[in-house]
Design a protein around this ligand. Sequence first.
Ligand SMILES: [Zn+2]
Length: 197
Amino acid sequence: MNFDQTESITLELEKQYESRREWLSEKQWLEIFPEAKEYFVERLEELTERKEQLVKEAKRKLEKHKAYQYQNEFDRWFKAKTISVFDLQPIKEINREAQRIACFIEPPKETEGKLTDYQMQVAKSRLLKQIYEQMYGQVRGYVVRCPFHAGGQEKHPSLNIKGNFYYCHACGATGDAIDFVMKVRGLSFKDAVLSLQ
Ligand SMILES: [Zn+2]
């Protein structure tokens, strides 16, 4: 058997594996491997500690900023912007991850089948790249094959997946993670949100 043959067999196996692989959310994984919960508890502690440090540091900088006599308004604005980008943004990201993880440790209760704000927040904070990979397998980078045109078989990837959003340069499909799951898996809004917990 030559190299090309071996490679094509490997590709074929990979294709079969991907087509049969079930789509599992992190929560479903946790139901299969409850041991992972310990990891989430540790991770949450780590995040909480890190957040406390960052908050302390950001507060210190903000106080200093408030007390400082700036030469002009631009300097004042620029400094405030810098603090917001470099100090406040990472805190927001940690908060988002912490909320997501807290949900795995103790799933919020549903009331009469209605979605809670918490569930909405968790669904909205999911990264599209991660969702895409759970459905289609690992990808490199943030431009991937678009499932919304060419029957999902396009040759040159044109779907941008960034944060919680997607946008296709070829067909113009756009939306957030909830929207993506609704369209690709044919789910209702509520089921899509629930599948992203
Ligand atoms: Zn497209």
